[in-house]
Design a binder for this molecule. Structure first.
Ligand code: PMP
Length: 366
């Protein structure tokens, strides 16, 4: 029996843990911040037709530049921007999930001898992608309430001179937003790359503008997004990036040729044709998130304000015991290793009701 440690693996990977969100067949999965609502049947039919057409030419490699997808993504983002700052396909990049986009960014701008500054607690894959690409991880510290002020980000950049800065807005797992002032301060404090991971941007309030509005004139600012969350497309694996066209040239140096399959491209373009239907449940999900923010405190748990589709709840004497007790009731939530806390995705109304009922039965109101 050979163990991993018996293999001649890179020294810097020895002893590390892989990404490990449990995948369990449960009735109510509120653990990985997916959109619980299936995509509408009519949209699914249209996607199937696009896939049927694409499969007829899979003997050929796909469009290596995924041009139609990049055009569709620019069209999706542009309503949020003034006309004179509109993005074109040259500003857009895509890959198999925003995880792959982030990996390509680290391959191009990080790597051995380089460092990335991030602010834990944050999305666990950021650190794993840093170690996979041999990029040194620098853990900054957040202010009270998990905020990051312009002064705090500037101080950390001045003290650590990283090659990249990762900001997650809204932040997973806390739900906290990051102000445009903080992003601008980070950009001004560094000569390196500033990445804003906006996987949950569509769930934020109208008073929380996207970092995409800052792109004009800032070629080192990169904003990653995903179709996995608001767009209900996690299984298709489509993430994307908005940035200066020169950034795409950097990513072309590290991406695998034809990294986006013809089927992925066809499915994503078809889904983006149906943006209003695909995003129809976002308001509903926000409503369930706000319900969690109101109802969890009534059960004696603390919550943080959230701009995302999940809530970080505190006050669990033994989070692992609650995790297991919920699992017994066919409900999966996430123990992200913050003492006394569990992260709960806002699902459908029925799922939220089941979760709240289960928690109430585990811990009667105080
Ligand atoms: N960024 C953040 C903050 C996330 O929470 C996630 C998924 N949990 C991702 C990126 C990756 O998503 P995907 O690869 O599905 O686009």
């Amino acid at each position: 029996m050979v163990n991993l440690s018996d293999l001649p693996i890179r020294d810097d990977l020895r002893g590390l843990e892989p990404y490990g969100a449990p995948q369990k067949p449960v009735r109510i999965a509120l653990n990985v911040n997916e959109n619980s609502h299936p995509i509408p049947e009519a949209v699914a039919q249209d996607i199937v037709e696009s896939l049927a057409a694409a499969i007829l030419t899979v003997n050929r490699y796909p469009d290596r530049e995924f041009t139609e997808l990049r055009e569709s993504l620019a069209r999706y983002l542009n309503p949020g921007l003034p006309a004179d700052k509109a993005l074109t396909a040259d500003n857009l990049w895509a890959a198999n999930g925003s995880n792959e986009v982030l990996q390509q960014i680290l391959q191009a701008f990080g790597g051995p001898g380089r460092s990335v500054l991030a602010f834990p607690p944050t999305y666990s894959m950021h650190k794993i992608l840093a170690s996979g690409t041999g990029t040194r991880w620098i853990a900054g510290e957040r202010d009270a309430g998990y905020e990051i002020s312009p002064e705090t980000v500037t101080r950390w950049i001045d003290e650590t001179t990283p090659d990249l800065v990762f900001l997650c807005a809204p932040n997973n797992p806390t739900g906290t937003g990051v102000s445009l002032e903080t992003i601008e301060a980070a950009y001004n404090a560094t000569d390196g790359i500033v990445v804003v991971d906006e996987a949950y941007a569509e769930f934020a309030g109208d008073d929380e503008p996207s970092a995409i509005t800052l792109l004009d004139g800032r070629p080192r600012l990169l904003v990653s997004r995903t179709m996995s969350k608001a767009f209900a497309f996690a299984g298709a694996r489509v993430g994307y990036l908005a940035a200066d066209p020169a950034v795409n040239d950097a990513l072309r140096l590290v991406r695998l040729p034809y990294h986006l399959s013809a089927l992925t491209q066809a499915a994503a373009v078809a889904a983006l044709r149906h943006t209003p239907e695909m995003l129809a449940m976002v308001d509903d999900i926000r409503g369930q998130r706000d319900r969690l923010l109101v109802e969890l405190p009534k059960l004696g748990y603390s919550v943080l304000p959230s701009s995302a589709n999940f809530v970080l709840a505190g006050g669990f004497d033994d989070p692992n015991a609650t995790f297991e007790a919920l699992l017994q009731r066919d409900i999966l939530v996430r123990d992200i290793g913050i003492e006394g806390h569990l992260r709960i995705t806002a699902g459908t109304k029925a799922e939220t009701t089941a979760l709240l009922d289960a928690l109430a039965s585990l811990r009667p109101a105080t």
